[in-house]
Design a protein. Structure first.
Length: 277
């Protein structure tokens, strides 16, 4: 399903939500209170700006007594997506964000990955997968990177833990190419990257990756992810705590200049290693 078509269906989802809410005699605030979100968020869903998660679609069905129409519509959209179910909402928001701040503790973020790096991490997590599955995952990940080349691209800030820079994913030659790719994006000023040194020890996001997203007409969100699940956080108080954690990571990291030097030095080390094997 093309993106434009997907957006039309999400708009239909919102129009249907408004229709059923009004038929039930509920205001946005009243419906929000019954499904545990704010009335403002109900308005964003009705406009097709925000896409609800599955449990919220199910609560709409329960409160508005719709016979499961919201869950069925949600599942139809998600089934058409190339991403893991838990990442869908974050991918939708990523495409309209004006600023993205990301902390990557172990793996280079998808928006910065080369195809070979993406293929290696996909195979590592799915050793029995078909070639078709692997290619679909790699292709969808690389296609996401188009937002960095768009005229309206978001500000993209990345803090890489040094572990992500030093791990030889795909072998020395592949890792050298990956780091050189990151260095090129930095020099083109498409991304601002800092590196959190290993010597830092404990840091503000020990539990995993962290992504913050800001928008023109929507509240900011946070997204956290482990190997098997992801959580989109919209509660303002929790998002504020996540923003503070990212601030602490950023001040503990090397300067952009020192970070670029470290990345280029690591790339050269991998390149020399590759030439001797």
């Amino acid at each position: 399903m093309a993106k434009a078509k997907r957006e039309e269906v999400w708009e239909f989802f919102g129009e249907l939500l408004k229709e059923r809410r009004e038929a039930a005699g509920l205001s946005q605030n009243e419906l929000g209170a019954r499904v545990f979100v704010s009335g403002a968020y109900i308005g964003l869903f009705e406009q097709g700006i925000r896409k609800p998660q599955l449990e919220l679609a199910q609560r709409f069905d329960e409160v508005l007594q719709t016979g499961g129409i919201f869950e069925r519509t949600w599942r139809k959209l998600i089934d058409k997506s190339p991403y893991a179910e838990y990442f869908n909402a974050a991918a939708e928001l990523e495409a309209v964000a004006t600023k993205i701040c990301e902390f990557a503790p172990t793996v280079v973020p998808g928006l910065l990955q080369t195809p070979e790096y993406a293929r290696t991490v996909t195979l590592a997590a799915n050793p029995f997968a078909t070639e078709e599955y692997v290619e679909e995952k790699v292709t969808s990940r690389i296609k996401r990177q188009a937002i960095l080349k768009d005229a309206t691209r978001p500000e993209y800030w990345v803090t890489l833990h040094e572990n992500a820079v030093r791990a030889p994913v795909g072998g020395p030659a592949a890792m050298a190419a990956q780091l050189e790719h990151i260095a090129t994006l930095i020099r083109q000023r498409w991304v601002l990257v800092t590196v959190l040194p290993r010597t830092t020890g404990a840091h503000a996001s020990m539990d995993g990756s962290l992504r913050l997203m800001e928008f023109i007409d929507q509240p900011p969100t946070a997204y956290t992810e482990t190997s098997f699940s992801g959580t989109l956080v919209e509660d303002p108080a929790v998002v504020k705590r996540a923003q503070r954690a990212y601030d602490l990571l950023r001040v503990a990291a090397l300067s952009p200049e020192a970070s670029l030097a470290l990345i280029e030095s690591a790339a050269e080390d991998f390149r020399r290693c590759a030439s001797t094997t």
